[in-house]
Design a protein around this ligand. Structure first.
Ligand code: B12
Ligand code: SF4
Length: 498
């Protein structure tokens, strides 16, 4: 029996069609996994619930709360799309067991702590990296002390006013954070598309305007030792039988020597013969020696954030690399025998329709195994959010359900349309870009031969066409996407003719 329950809430159902959701891949809940691992390091028992594999209703949650020892503590993780669900869970927790201390953390809580703390069920907000702060809060609560007062990284209410304690310094030695306690999640191993998950680094030194990762983990690039990463990979491959290792770092080779040593370690231990590897890289870091080593270490696919086909827009978003850098990296990676994937953001500030069509033409020339065209979701905590908010140009739907980068398949109210652009045209272009890639001979080959499509978002069963229930899911998804595409196209043409 433990005092602590950690919950990973599910994304709001209104942000994505149920027919698409039926085929969405389920990602391993790294946030609560790392937090659980850190508490376990101090022999603090913890219970974990990932709503994607264990959906909660009021009764189930109440039952779980009653099984906790008193004082009860619940930690809930949030990104923007899961925040409203986190608030609902917080209110259920207070209804079932009013004395439970409810702590909310994660990127959304970090960037808009006032919003989170204003929710009736929430007692404490943790901003930034959570491991050390949560441990401190748990110690204080179990010792009967006032939990929030003075603890760095915590926002709390004090005599009716909200107090944001200063942030703690970032943990310098990441190896102090123990490996993920995979055993806590192993019963659902088959449900996760990336159970073989490794996060080798935290922090990113680049200033991209659309990305909020740095508000969470800082601009200083910190990384786990090679020995530690190899230990985790060995565990996943040899104990949990994983055949694909997903390095979910923002960028796997910011520190070139470290990446080369990691690859050498993988090869030295023969792990490259037992598993393949995937990760994301910036174009300007993909030097030939890095790619040669990645190929030897059995990297099967590398993702690059191309974002746009326009050098001008690349400067607007402050990516600090050029389109030519990324395009060259994609070609070279392909020549090294490694598959490539990318994501594109349509609807960036100052973008024109011509920019989008030029980008589509460029993408068609690239040897990509996977591509996803998204529309911009200006997440709180990003430079683009601050700029567009100041100009009152963001469309908010209730619970920010439209802040899904693929919301265009759900509704017309995407959060932002750049000046001079027509909303329906932007949506049409983005849909067309995705459909024309996946319905081309190359895209269809991906759908029939790979189990992941659309930048690892959709998980398709191998040989899905031989399984009637999977084939039905595929049919229903494509039918939904096609009807929505048709509706947008007809309305766009009608609008134009008027
Ligand atoms: C890998 C990744 C993915 C992968 C896989 C995720 C996985 N878990 O395996 C995929 C591709 C599936 C993905 C999907 C999406 N992602 Co993503 N993803 C990331 C990435 C690169 C790493 C996330 C991660 O695992 N970090 C490691 C963990 C340990 O860090 P953490 O989650 O922040 O948790 C720490 C703290 O936040 C805190 N904490 C977290 N929860 C709690 C709870 C408590 C109680 C406490 C005390 C502390 C605490 O402590 C943790 C440990 O230090 C981040 C960027 C980044 N560098 O963080 C973006 C990021 C989280 N993703 C983002 C987005 C937008 C998405 C999508 C919504 C995209 C979409 N469809 O529109 C989806 C939604 C996924 C979902 N269900 O939540 C945004 C979130 C922005 C926002 N405000 O919501 C980020 C920040 C990137 C960005 N563009 O700015 N993502
Ligand atoms: S998009 Fe990638 S390179 Fe840019 S700030 Fe975010 S994590 Fe760093």
């Amino acid at each position: 029996m433990s005092h602590i329950l950690l919950i990973n809430p599910k994304v709001h159902s209104a942000s994505q069609s149920a027919r698409v959701n039926a085929l969405m891949s389920v990602s391993f809940p790294t946030s609560i996994a790392y937090l659980a691992g850190y508490l376990l390091k101090f022999q603090i028992e913890v219970t974990v619930v990932d709503e994607y594999v264990h959906p909660l209703d009021f009764e189930t949650l109440s039952g779980m709360l009653l099984q906790l020892k008193e004082p009860r503590i619940v930690g809930i993780s949030t990104v923007t799309l899961t925040a409203s669900r986190a608030y609902e869970l917080a209110s259920w927790i207070k209804r079932a067991t009013p004395d439970t201390v409810v702590i909310v953390g994660g990127i959304h809580a970090t960037v808009v702590p006032d919003e989170v703390l204003a929710q009736p069920g929430v007692d404490l907000v943790v901003r930034g990296e959570g491991e050390l702060v949560l441990k401190e809060l748990v110690d204080r609560i179990l010792a009967g002390m006032d939990p929030g007062n003075g603890v760095p990284g915590v926002s709390h209410r004090l005599e009716g006013t909200v107090v944001h304690n200063p942030l703690p310094p970032f943990l310098a030695d990441l190896d102090e954070i123990p490996s993920i306690p995979f055993h806590l999640f192993a019963q659902h191993k088959e449900r996760y598309s990336n159970f073989g998950v490794i996060l080798g680094s935290r922090g990113c030194p680049y200033p991209c305007t659309f990305c909020s990762a740095r508000s969470m983990s800082g601009m200083k690039y910190r990384f786990h030792s090679v020995e530690r990463m190899l230990t985790d990979i060995r565990l996943l491959v040899r104990t949990y039988g994983q055949r694909t290792i997903h390095l979910i770092d923002d960028n796997i080779a910011v520190h070139k020597r470290h990446f080369m040593e990691l690859c050498a370690g993988i090869i030295g231990e023969g792990l490259h013969l037992e598993a393949s590897f995937q990760g994301s890289l910036r174009g300007d870091d993909a030097r030939d020696d890095v790619l040669t080593m990645a190929k030897k270490a059995n990297f099967s696919i590398i993702y690059f954030g191309l974002e746009t086909g326009s050098e001008r827009l690349m400067q607007v978003i402050r990516k600090k690399e050029t389109v030519a850098d990324v395009v060259d990296a994609i070609h070279r990676t392909h020549r090294h025998g490694i598959a490539t994937g990318t994501t594109i953001i349509f609807g960036l500030p100052t973008e024109t329709r011509k920019d989008r069509w030029d980008c589509m033409r460029l993408v068609r020339t690239l040897p990509l195994a996977s591509v996803r065209f998204n529309t911009l979701a200006p997440y709180p905590g990003t430079q683009v959010y601050d700029e567009l908010m100041a100009q009152n140009k963001i469309t908010f739907k209730k619970d920010m359900v439209n802040f899904n980068v693929q919301y265009l398949w759900q509704g017309d109210d995407i959060p932002y349309v750049p000046d001079g652009n027509n909303r329906l045209e932007l949506i049409f272009d983005t849909m067309f870009a995705n459909l024309s890639f996946y319905l081309s001979p190359r895209g269809l080959r991906q759908i029939f031969t790979r189990s992941m499509a659309g930048g690892n978002v959709v998980k398709i069963k191998n040989k899905w066409y031989l399984d009637p229930s999977e084939a039905l899911k595929m049919y229903l998804m494509f039918q939904y996407l096609f009807l929505r595409f048709l509706s947008v196209s007809v309305r766009m043409l009608f609008e134009r003719s008027n």
